[in-house]
Structure formats: structure tokens, C-alpha cells
Design a protein around this ligand. Structure first.
Ligand SMILES: [Zn+2]
Ligand SMILES: [Zn+2]
Length: 378
């Protein structure tokens, strides 16, 4: 089959790779109909993930049609149209039983996973195999382990271009406001008006936030966020963001601040060198009201220098993080999409054949031509 593979720093290519096969009774094979770029892929693409090996198949947001099921798969049949959550979770380990599916102990591929963080998170499609990753969805076919846990039938009437955002981007936004404990009447500020930022804003509105403010420096994205969610745009280049946030939150600062800006697309920033990162996070900590909550979203987050820990302690902030949501929220999001309450297809600003995957990632990485997300069709 053809698949979009990482070939080294900055290099992607569509290659012929072996077709995936069932390896376990709980697996199924999906023929991909849509897959989407994600900011979490950019550190890998840029060559900042030393565990990556040339030939890894990218992509953790995809939707497709079931073509083969293992004998223990109960909830899916051949020809079903399914969306697959980005995190690979078993549904049965201690963490999964607590509802922490993105922290699954069994979905990872082995002891090499994430030595930098102390413990490995759940596996993820399109991530290096040595970091607990599984071959990704920018391909004609994907093996879906624990199919009954991570894959969900797409309701009739929800088209592919909408439903594919239920794989990761929409769950991430919903996860972000859940981590923040957003309550009716809250003021919520979101850094980043990409797909996850826009869907975080949508989630905050859905939870009854009184005001939602989105901070970015790209006019097109801010306009899209305002049109589709009712959020108030704050353009970093033309306003004093901290002053505006204070002013629009009764002088206190937002109750919940979500950094959905994702990892920067640029060069190396491992702790031994490279430019500093974390500008949005520092600003979120600075802006947040005393006793409020700061949430950091985004797979591919690395190290941040000069973190204002004193603001966290003196202001009594809660800081929470989530690289990705577990698949638990996906059915409710698909229902919301079916009712027309969650619209996402506008985020697919560029639709390309998989063979042009490298072009799609270049547009996405550079935010060129107004690109929010590139969607590929094999
Ligand atoms: Zn993603
Ligand atoms: Zn598990």
C-alpha cells in the first residue's frame, strides 16, 4: 500500500510499504478515507524527535471503512464507517479503568517509550514505534488495535470531512475545558486559533462560558474562530493582550486559560540549546486570575525554559496538561455533529490527495495560504 512516511528532518515521501495485518484478536484493519495533519506531528517532521526512524508512517487523525475484523472484535463489522481516536488504549488496565485512557499502560509498545517523562503515556498512531507509536493514518490502510475501545461508528448524515475531526482535534478541545473545570459564567481565554484552539473555544461556549477570548497573530484564523464559535478575537500584533484580558474579565483575569498553541514548527529546542519556547504558556500563567486554572494542550510539547513557577505558587494556580484526550468523548461529539451543534469541516482548509502529503504538511507547517488543517484522501 501507499503511505506518507517520515524520511528524516523536514522530509516526507509517499512510499510503498507492506499492508498492515491483524496481529491480535482485538485488531481490525481500516481502509482510510480521510486523514488530517496535526501540530503534534511538527516536532517529528522537523527532526526534533531522536527516537524516530526513517519510514515511520505519519498521521493520528483519520476516518475510514472497516475491511477486516479480528475474532474478538464485537462492536464493528466489515463495511462500517468509523472514526478512530488518536490514543491507543486497552480499556482494561488500571489507568483505563479510572477513565484515563490517554494514560493506558498497555497501548504502548514497550519499555523504550518516553524515558524522558518517567512513565509512558498511551500509544498513538503516527508516532515513532520506539515511543509507543503505531503506524499512522496517512496511508491506504491502518491496523487499529483494541478496536472496540478506540474506534466508533460514524452516524449516518455526518460526512467524512466533519467526522474526521472527532478523531483528535474536537476531543482535545473538550478535554481542555474539562481539565480547566470550565463552569457557566466563566471567562475563558485560549491561546492559538488553530483547529484545537477553535474547538476549545467551541467547547467552552458549549459549557456555558460567559466570554471566550481567542489569542493568535493570524487574522484568518481569528476571523474563523469568531465566525464559528462567537469567541472574541485578540490579535497579538495589534492589541495589548494582557491588558485586554484583564479588562474583559472584570479586572481579575480569565478564570481558565488554555494554551492550545501547540509545539512551534521551528528547529531544535531540546534543553541543551535552541530558541526558547513557551511564550503562550508564560502569557497564560501571567494572565490567569488568582486561583484560576491553566491548561496546556498539545502532543509534541517538549521542554520550556524560564517557566514562571512563582506565579503558580503565589497566585494559587492549578496547572493541568493533556497531550491528547482518550477516546471516551468521541461518541458524544459524533452525536453533537449529527445534530449540527458541532461543525468542523471549515477547519479542513486544504484538501489534497495523499500523494501530495508533503505539500500539505508544508502549507500546514508554514500556515501558508490560510491553512488551518490539510486533509488527505488516499
Ligand atoms: Zn492531533
Ligand atoms: Zn489501558
Amino acid at each position: 500500500m501507499r503511505a506518507l512516511c517520515w524520511e528524516g528532518a523536514g522530509a516526507l515521501a509517499v512510499r510503498e510499504v507492506p499492508d498492515p495485518e491483524l496481529r491480535n484478536a482485538h485488531d481490525m484493519i481500516v481502509r482510510v478515507r480521510r486523514s488530517v495533519t496535526c501540530g503534534g506531528d511538527l516536532p517529528l517532521l522537523a527532526g526534533r524527535v531522536p527516537e524516530a526512524a526513517a519510514g515511520e508512517v505519519l498521521g493520528h487523525e483519520f476516518l475510514g471503512e472497516v475491511v477486516e475484523v479480528g475474532p474478538e472484535v464485537r462492536r464493528h463489522r466489515v463495511a462500517d464507517r468509523v472514526v478512530v481516536g488518536a490514543a491507543v488504549a486497552c480499556g482494561a488496565c488500571w489507568f483505563c479503568r479510572q477513565g484515563l485512557l490517554a494514560c493506558c499502560d498497555n497501548g504502548t509498545s514497550g519499555p523504550a517509550a518516553e524515558p524522558a517523562w518517567g512513565q509512558p503515556a498511551a500509544g498513538c498512531y503516527g508516532r515513532p514505534a520506539r515511543l509507543g507509536g503505531f503506524a499512522g493514518g496517512h496511508a491506504e490502510f491502518v491496523r487499529v488495535p483494541y478496536a472496540d475501545v478506540g474506534a466508533f461508528a460514524v452516524p449516518e448524515g455526518v460526512d467524512d470531512d466533519r467526522a474526521v475531526f472527532a478523531a483528535d482535534a474536537a476531543p482535545a478541545g473538550w478535554h481542555g475545558v474539562a481539565l480547566g473545570g470550565v463552569a457557566p459564567g466563566d471567562v475563558v481565554a485560549v491561546w492559538g486559533a488553530g483547529a484545537v484552539g477553535q474547538l476549545t473555544a467551541a467547547a467552552a461556549v458549549a459549557r456555558g462560558a460567559a466570554r471566550v477570548l481567542v489569542v493568535d497573530e493570524h487574522h484568518d484564523r481569528l476571523g474563523m474562530a469568531a465566525r464559528h464559535t462567537g469567541a472574541e478575537p485578540l490579535d497579538h500584533r495589534s492589541v495589548d493582550v494582557l491588558a485586554e484580558l484583564r479588562e474583559r474579565s472584570g479586572g481579575r483575569g480569565p478564570d481558565v486559560c488554555v494554551d492550545a498553541s501547540g509545539p512551534p514548527p521551528g528547529p531544535a529546542r531540546r534543553p541543551t540549546g535552541g530558541p526558547d519556547a513557551g511564550t503562550a504558556l508564560r502569557e497564560a500563567v501571567h494572565a490567569c486570575r488568582k486561583g484560576g486554572t491553566v491548561v496546556v494542550l498539545g502532543g509534541g510539547t517538549e521542554f520550556v525554559d524560564r517557566f514562571p513557577l512563582g506565579a503558580v505558587t503565589d497566585k494559587g494556580l492549578a496547572v493541568r496538561g493533556g497531550s491528547r484526550a482518550g477516546p471516551g468523548a468521541i461518541p458524544a461529539l459524533l452525536d453533537r455533529m449529527a445534530r449540527g451543534e458541532l461543525v468542523t469541516e471549515h477547519l479542513a482548509t486544504h484538501r489534497l490527495p495523499l500523494d501530495r502529503g508533503a505539500d500539505g504538511y508544508a502549507l500546514f507547517r508554514d500556515r501558508a495560504d490560510g491553512c488551518v488543517r490539510a486533509v488527505f484522501t488516499p
